[in-house]
Design a protein around this ligand. Structure first.
Ligand SMILES: [Mg+2]
Length: 371
C-alpha cells in the first residue's frame, strides 16, 4: 500500500516553555526536613513496616545514584541503598499540592496561557507575555530565580517553538537546567536522543522500534512515512512529525487529566469473589503506577463491573485524604465491590481514581515560604 505524502508544516512562530520541577516531592520534603538532604530519600511507605509492599512515588538525587526511581517497588530501595543512608517518608500530597498552586501563581504572573501537566510540570506559551520580554532566555532566568527564591526549589526549563521540543529540552539538562532548542537545530538535537527518551513513545512502541533496529531520533528520522503509518497508525504519523521537530498542538489552559482508570475484559467470566478481588488488586496496582508516573493523585475511587448479560454497575467513594498507596486503592475498591449488587458472572471489571479535588484547593499558608 502506498500512501499519499502529507505535507509537513513547521510553525516556528511560537515560544513555548516546559517547566519541570526537579525531583519535586523529594525536594519539598528536603525543604521541610533539611536533615534529609544528605540522605538517600525515598518517598514511599516503608516496606519493612508493610510486609514488603509499596511503590516508590519519587526519590531524591542521592537515592537515584543507587538506581532507585519512581514506580519501582519500595522493597528495591531497601536492597539497593545502604541502611545508614536510606530514609523513607510517606507522601504528603496536600503539601505538594499547596506548593504546586504557589508555583502556578508564578506562571500566571508570566502568562495566562499555561497548561498544567502534573503538579510539577507545565507548558507556558510565552510568545506574548506579561513581562513584555522578547528573550525566552530572560523569561527562563526570571522563572527559575523567582521559584527558587520564593519556594527554595529548583526547576529545569526547556524552550523551543513547540510543546514536544520544549518537553524534550527540559529533560535534557537536569537539575536546574536551561535548554534552548532553536528551530534551525531541532532535527539535529532530536537525532542524538535515544527513543526511550522520546515523549510519546511508550514501552510497546519502544520494543517494536527496537525490533526494527531503531534506537535513536536519527534512526526514526530515516524511517519513511508509509512504514510509520502502517506500523503505528495515527500515532506513527504523530511521531513521524515529532522526530522532525513538528508539533502544532496548542498550549491549552487547565487541561489537567481528570482521572486514571484501568479496566479488563474477560473471555472466561469471573465467577468467584476471590477472582474479582485478584483482578481489582492488579488493576489498583496499575492505576497507582500511572498516578505516580503522571504525578497525579486523587481521593475518589470508582469501581465498575459488567455482567455477561451486559448489565453495568459502578460505585464510587471519596475519602477524606489522598490515596497514598496501591493498597489503599485496592481496599477501597474491594469495599465498593462488596456493596455492589450484581450477578457474579462478570465479563469486565474496572478501577478508576479521579484526581479532581471535590473539596477545592486549600488556601496556602504563607508561612511555608521564605520572605
Ligand atoms: Mg519533575
Amino acid at each position: 500500500m502506498s500512501l499519499i505524502e502529507i505535507p509537513l508544516v513547521v510553525d516556528d512562530s511560537r515560544k513555548i516553555l516546559h517547566v519541570d520541577m526537579d525531583a519535586f516531592y523529594a525536594s519539598v520534603e528536603e525543604r521541610e526536613h533539611p536533615e534529609y538532604r544528605k540522605k538517600a530519600l525515598v518517598i514511599a511507605h516503608d516496606p519493612r513496616k508493610n510486609n514488603n509492599h509499596g511503590v516508590i512515588t519519587t526519590a531524591n538525587y542521592n537515592a537515584r545514584k543507587y538506581g532507585v526511581h519512581s514506580a519501582m517497588p519500595a522493597q528495591k530501595a531497601v536492597e539497593l541503598i545502604p541502611k545508614s543512608e536510606l530514609v523513607f517518608t510517606n507522601p504528603n500530597f496536600t503539601l505538594y499540592r499547596k506548593v504546586s498552586n504557589y508555583i502556578h501563581d508564578i506562571f500566571k504572573s508570566v502568562t495566562d496561557k499555561y497548561q498544567t501537566v502534573a503538579l510539577d510540570e507545565a507548558y507556558l506559551d510565552i510568545t506574548n507575555n506579561k513581562l513584555n520580554e522578547s528573550s525566552a532566555l530572560k523569561v527562563m532566568q526570571y522563572l527559575q530565580a523567582r521559584i527558587y527564591k520564593e519556594t527554595d526549589l529548583t526547576c529545569s526549563i526547556g524552550v523551543s517553538y513547540n510543546k514536544f521540543l520544549a518537553k524534550m529540552a527540559s529533560d535534557y539538562a537536569k537539575p536546574f537546567g536551561r535548554t534552548i532548542v532553536l528551530p534551525e537545530y531541532s532535527t539535529e538535537f532530536l537525532a542524538k536522543i535515544p527513543i526511550e527518551k522520546f515523549n510519546g513513545i511508550g514501552k510497546t512502541m519502544q520494543a517494536k522500534l527496537h525490533e526494527m533496529n531503531i534506537f535513536t531520533g536519527e534512526d526514526l528520522q530515516n524511517l519513511d512515512q508509509d512504514i510509520m503509518l502502517n506500523e503505528f497508525g495515527k500515532w506513527g504519523f504523530l511521531m513521524f512529525q515529532r522526530c522532525r521537530g513538528i508539533d502544532n498542538s496548542p498550549v491549552e489552559a487547565n487541561r489537567l487529566r481528570k482521572s486514571v482508570g484501568k479496566e479488563q475484559t474477560f473471555n472466561k467470566p469471573l465467577i468467584t469473589k476471590e477472582e474479582v478481588y485478584r483482578q481489582l488488586n492488579t488493576l489498583s496496582n496499575q492505576v497507582y503506577k500511572v498516578l505516580i508516573n503522571k504525578h497525579l493523585q486523587g481521593k475518589t475511587v470508582v469501581v465498575k463491573a459488567r455482567t455477561t448479560s451486559f448489565e453495568t454497575v459502578s460505585k464510587r467513594k471519596t475519602l477524606n485524604d489522598y490515596l497514598h498507596s496501591e493498597i489503599e486503592i485496592y481496599n477501597t475498591a474491594q469495599e465498593l465491590f462488596d456493596e455492589i449488587d450484581i450477578d457474579l458472572e462478570l465479563r469486565l471489571v474496572g478501577v478508576t481514581v479521579t484526581t479532581i479535588d471535590e473539596f477545592g484547593f486549600e488556601e496556602l499558608p504563607l508561612k511555608l515560604f521564605k520572605d
